[in-house]
Design a protein around this ligand. Structure first.
Ligand code: ADP
Ligand code: MG
Length: 319
């Protein structure tokens, strides 16, 4: 069986492009550019909680990098470096090679140097730490939303949740949509270019990893504001077309996780800038409502009523 050091040498040493020193010493060495701040984020994926233990390892490697890189995107940062700590039940080398390939492919796709990590035996668990850069003061926080700002969401949130529901046998998706839903679930695309382009436009932003309601709730809480969403603006049509009924579509949008789309607030006078950006980047950006001063999330229905939306996404420790 391959030793820990063989595994590292064969699978985890990758060429770096903007690092002083990569894998192989006690530490990696990196040099942030002058005038930039470092953005640091860690995300852990645990078998049984975040993925099925028999998940395709290449997709799992991709996703582990992607969900971390997404956090940098969510602040308008440029992802630069990443480390990966792995706990593995057994040294199945083909599995590790596929995992490493998926992780490295995602890093390469977003210009991130994989500069270190740790490899140990234990329950299957993947934990990455990503480092990004943004010009000092330019990172977009959750706390900047103001009443009157418009609320936008990128892409098609809810597809990943439908993909998961279909794997669990709880929904039958249209053939044409099933693939897109599973791709959204297994190969999320962090919105790095969009996040960067929103510097100077968005007043507050985060990435949706636990459902729109809960994650938007975090922005609202940090900014001490509320949201009024408009039912007729919600991006539900594609979810209905994929095979979800009205209730499933709404649930996928508000409570489904794992989309890694960006939700952001922007002043109303930036609406044209946002639309120009959507066209330039060929990413759908949907305005779903606006920020209000009363706390909580309310939905203005097509029928003219107002319903409260529970600001509760996925919570690992409910209660
Ligand atoms: P130490 O005992 O000094 O912490 P290790 O023996 O754990 O060092 O690791 C040796 C080198 O291999 C370090 O540079 C470490 O960053 C790297 N490494 C270990 N595991 C991984 C991994 N999963 N991905 C990338 N690099 C790794
Ligand atoms: Mg170590």
């Amino acid at each position: 069986m391959a030793s820990e050091f063989d595994l590292i040498r064969r699978h985890f040493i990758r060429p770096t492009h903007h690092s002083v020193l990569g894998v192989g010493d006690d530490c990696a060495i990196v040099a942030p550019r002058a005038g930039f701040e470092l953005l640091v984020s860690t995300d852990m994926l645990v078998a049984g909680t975040h993925f099925f233990a028999d998940t395709d390892p290449e997709g799992l490697g991709w996703k582990t990098a992607a969900v971390n890189i997404s956090d940098i995107a969510a602040m308008g940062g440029e992802p630069r470096w990443i480390t990966l700590a792995l706990s593995l039940p057994a040294a199945d080398e083909a599995w590790i090679a596929a995992l490493a390939k998926g992780f490295a492919d995602c890093c390469d796709a977003f210009g991130v140097d994989w500069i270190g990590g740790d490899t140990t035996r234990g329950p299957l668990n993947l934990c990455a730490t990503v480092f990004g850069e943004a010009p000092a003061g330019a990172a977009i926080r959750r706390s900047g939303a103001q009443p009157g700002d418009e609320i936008w969401i990128s892409g098609q949130p809810g597809l990943a949740a439908l993909g998961l529901q279909s794997l669990l046998g709880r929904i039958v998706l249209a053939d044409a949509a099933r693939e897109a839903c599973l791709t959204a679930l297994h190969r999320p695309q962090p919105r790095v270019g969009l996040g960067l382009a929103l510097r100077g436009i968005a007043s507050a932003m985060l990435d949706v990893s636990d459902g729109l309601a809960g994650d938007l709730g975090h922005v609202l809480e940090s900014s001490a504001v509320g949201a009024l969403l408009e039912e007729d603006l919600l991006p539900l049509n594609a979810l209905r077309a994929a095979g979800a009924d009205a209730e499933q579509a709404r649930h996928a949008l508000f409570s489904g996780g794992d989309d890694y789309e960006l939700v952001f607030a922007a002043p109303a006078d930036k609406r044209t800038d946002v639309l120009v950006l959507a066209a330039a980047l060929a990413i759908p950006l949907t305005r779903i409502g606006h920020i209000v001063s009363e706390p909580g999330i309310a939905l203005a229905t097509v029928g003219g009523t107002r319903e409260p939306i529970s600001a509760r996404g996925y919570d690992h420790f409910p209660g």
